[in-house]
Design a protein around this ligand. Structure first.
Ligand SMILES: Cc1cc2nc3c(=O)[nH]c(=O)nc-3n(C[C@H](O)[C@H](O)[C@H](O)COP(=O)(O)OP(=O)(O)OC[C@H]3O[C@@H](n4cnc5c(N)ncnc54)[C@H](O)[C@@H]3O)c2cc1C
Length: 410
């Protein structure tokens, strides 16, 4: 497997179930770690917009048994059963949005209904409880449920430096039982006090509750009401928790892990050889799953001819996107959705000012570029899964489904 995001991990899980020997080569964090927290099957904006247009409640779709088995083995997510009210998470930017599943550390507001959620104030950059509460309360889903968000003074930081340390460091402190117990005591007092004036049924905090494992479940049981985190857009402790769960699962599966970046994929007789960057070592395998992610993971490189031209015009108009690994004797084609991009059109590359941002149902051009792999097949013996595949939805569950299929069929 090249890549250890959710696609590479689920492919390894499925291949080990078949008794195959698996080696994972991973260059480190990709989208699964950068964007950790919400576990979507479809773009949530489209789901919410369809439910609003049709005036229907947000209910969950069914999941395949192997997806659930993988999620259970990972031990990180809550994926509710089919046809129940959807989980609703609050983003740090003040949106309320549905999610098919979530890292268990995130507060699920979907089952709360008409109630008040406390948002403790804390003197931390990036945490403005008053602004967050007022934005969340104005959201469609809050108004529809009659949900209120109340900013409250509460001593949720214990030491002076906690005003300045990163979310990751603060989350790590809550991995310690004594510190978690201290926070539970403070929040219990807070909830008891607030209940004298309002019907309070949850507490929303920053992304601070555990870096190794989520601590929100334990905290909630001590406080007596659900306590959980907001969803952060990029680079949060939820991503660290994914990486910790990933390491634990790979170890349990007895998968060999090679830390490094693949530079070359080439045929070696009936087998394949993966050569690593800055390393004489290589990995030889009977079959390969490319689960290297998209542009965010460095698997696809955006480099229009103009960028390579220096002070002069480029000598040729070549394609603007390239696979980051050299695959000279294994033909691999890239496409943007179903559009060919293997010939250059402009020295300036595609018109990203109009296509880079998703619009309506059209995904971002940068999220559609990938390897052409009908049914996940790239070449005999080579499969592709997850974000590296052209035209696939960029969601966690889409990557898991394609990773499982790759591991089952490679
Ligand atoms: C900021 C952000 C927010 C997101 N938010 C959501 C969300 O809210 N909900 C949702 O469902 N989805 C979200 N997504 C999408 C989701 O994270 C991805 O669709 C999914 O994680 C893709 O998994 P993957 O395994 O295919 O790729 P990745 O997780 O990107 O993994 C690719 C792996 O390949 C490795 N790699 C790359 N090149 C090489 C190489 N040459 N050699 C060795 N290893 C290599 C990388 O190091 C990485 O480990 C988000 C994505 C981003 C970037």
């Amino acid at each position: 497997m090249v890549g250890a995001g959710v696609a590479g991990l689920s492919a390894a899980f499925a291949a080990r179930k078949r008794g195959l020997d698996v080696t994972v080569v991973s260059a480190g964090a990709g989208a699964s770690a950068l964007g950790g927290g919400a576990v979507d099957d479809v773009q949530w904006e489209a789901w919410l917009s369809a439910a609003r247009t049709l005036g229907e409640p947000l209910r969950t779709r069914a999941l395949a048994d192997d997806v659930r088995a993988f999620s259970d083995a990972l031990g990180l997510w809550d994926l509710p059963a089919a046809d129940v009210p959807a989980s609703i998470v609050a983003t740090a930017a003040g949106r309320l949005r549905p999610a098919r599943g979530r890292d268990r550390g995130l507060l699920d507001l979907g089952s709360l209904g008409q109630t008040t959620v406390l948002v403790p104030r804390a003197p931390r950059a990036g945490w403005d409880a008053d602004a967050l509460a007022s934005t969340l309360e104005s959201e469609f889903l809050a108004r529809r449920a009659g949900m209120r968000f109340l900013p409250v003074d509460a001593p949720v930081l214990r030491f002076v430096d906690e005003a300045r340390i990163s979310d990751a460091d603060l989350a790590m402190r809550h991995d310690e039982p004594a510190r978690l117990g201290w926070l539970a005591d403070r929040l219990r007092e807070l909830v008891a006090d607030a209940r004298r004036h309002a019907s309070v049924s949850a507490v929303l905090l920053g992304s601070w509750l555990g870096a190794d494992r989520e601590r929100a479940t334990e905290l909630s049981s001590h406080v007596g009401v659900p306590v959980g985190e907001v969803l952060v857009g990029v680079g949060s402790p939820a991503g660290l928790r994914f990486e910790a769960a990933q390491r634990r699962l790979l170890e349990r599966l007895a998968v060999k892990v090679v830390a490094g970046r693949v530079a070359v994929l080439r045929r070696a007789g009936e087998r394949f050889e993966l050569m690593l960057v800055d390393d004489d070592a290589s990995v030889v395998a009977d079959a390969v799953v490319l689960a290297m992610g998209g542009i965010a993971a460095g698997a696809i490189v955006y480099s229009p001819p103009e960028q390579r031209a220096g002070e002069d015009l480029p000598s040729e108009v070549s394609p603007s996107f390239a696979l980051a690994i050299d695959t000279t004797d294994v033909p691999i084609r890239l496409a943007a959705g179903s559009d060919r991009i293997d010939a250059g059109g402009s020295i300036f590359g595609p018109a990203l000012d109009t296509t880079a941002w998703p619009s309506g149902m059209r995904p971002s051009a940068l999220e559609s570029v990938g390897i052409v792999a009908p049914d996940g097949v790239v070449w005999p013996g080579i499969r592709a899964a997850g974000d590296v595949v052209a035209g696939k939805r960029r969601t966690v569950l889409e990557a898991v489904v394609s990773g499982l299929r790759a591991g089952q069929t490679v």
